[in-house]
Design a protein around this ligand. Structure first.
Ligand code: 13P
Length: 344
């Protein structure tokens, strides 16, 4: 019973219209690559400074309901000696934690991947919860080619996502269920719709078999979109319409909130697509919002580029990006607002 109370409490704070989730849970390898793009060395100190910059941005709690942290960050402190999860709670933001252990090749496929990290997960969750984590994240990935994703990859990843979600709920932790259809490829939006529908169908089938309580999950899907190298780029309206169509077919209304990943879209595209979904229909059965990493952080990271004198400007930019996405999560964003910011 106590666990259900924890789940209720967490989801009531995450599924709030106009608020989203900041993904700041890049693994050591990924944050290293992102920092390299802005000529910054990745050390424990630069990572701590950068992530402190994000969460200490004044007013960010108006737009951000939760932050996904990487394990290292859970034990790091702000300059005034407060642990990051505690600092977030003081701001009324829930701390979460990435718990998967990354991707490995799934044997007997054409190099498709499966997410690992189920062994010992329950014990790790007990520890993360004692350090303040209220929710968790597990990411599965699917690649679109002529022959993939295979049924094997779709089923194996659905099974792992559902096992993870059930283990989280048993520990009073709300699971973010993240099936990401990768944006790389030359596929059309129609093919993306077909694949995303199959993937989500399998995920919800597995969640049902594992008796996961849909009322206490966050779904974090990719949008239905034309591949990055597709000759015909889908319009904002097409992306919004196709995405909502697929979600309506596959995601039960019991799911309280859908928080998209940005997946390599530009910051402006990710905001415009989210807005279009919320603007086109007043009757979506779920809260529809964001859980972006790159689309929230890219400009701020570029402005900072490892030089702490740029922190105030980077924070201003991060605040603006979060504000625009918050407006989009309520269907109140307009592309003209981009000009009013100092981002471009
Ligand atoms: P992006 O928004 O950069 O895709 O990251 C979201 C995320 O958390 C990936 O796991």
């Amino acid at each position: 019973m106590a666990m259900i109370k924890d789940l209720e409490n967490t989801i009531s704070k995450l599924a709030v219209r106009g608020k989203g989730i900041l993904a700041a849970d890049e693994s050591g390898a990924t944050i290293g690559k992102r920092f390299a793009l802005v000529n910054t060395e990745s050390t424990e100190d630069t990572r701590r400074t950068y992530r402190d910059m994000l969460i200490s941005t004044p007013g960010i709690n108006e737009f951000i309901a939760g932050v996904i942290l990487f394990e290292e960050t859970l034990s790091q402190k702000t300059p005034d000696g407060i642990l990051f999860p505690e600092k977030l709670k003081q701001l009324g933001i829930l701390p979460g934690i990435k718990v998967d252990k990354g991707l490995v090749i799934l044997p007997n496929t054409t190099d498709e991947q499966i997410t690992q990290g189920l062994d010992g997960l329950s014990e790790r969750l007990v520890e993360y919860k004692s350090k303040g984590a209220c929710f968790a994240k597990w990411r599965a990935v699917y690649t679109i080619t002529a022959n993939t994703p295979s049924q094997l990859a779709i089923k194996a990843n659905a099974e792992a996502l559902a096992s993870y979600a059930a283990i989280c709920q048993a520990n009073g932790i709300v699971p973010i269920v993240e099936p990401e259809v990768l944006i790389d490829g030359d596929y059309t939006i129609e093919r993306s719709a077909e694949v995303t529908e199959s993937v989500l169908h399998a995920v919800f089938n597995a969640l049902h078999r594992h008796k996961v309580k849909l009322e206490y999950i966050v779904l974090k899907p990719s949008m239905v979109i034309s591949g990055k190298k597709c000759a015909v780029k889908a319009t904002v309206e097409q992306v919004a319409k196709a995405t909502v169509t697929v979600l309506r077919r596959t995601v039960p209304a019991a799911v309280p909130t859908i928080n998209f990943l940005s997946g390599g879209q530009t910051s402006e595209e990710a905001t415009a697509h989210l807005n279009a979904m919320n603007a086109m229909s007043a009757h979506l059965p779920w809260n529809v919002s964001y859980s972006y990493a790159r689309a929230l952080q890219d400009y701020a990271m570029k402005i900072w580029h490892g030089d702490n004198k740029n922190i105030p400007q980077a924070q201003k930019t991060f605040y603006q990006r979060a504000k625009l996405n918050s407006l989009a999560a309520a269907g109140k964003y307009a592309a003209s607002m981009e000009k009013e910011t100092s981002i471009a």
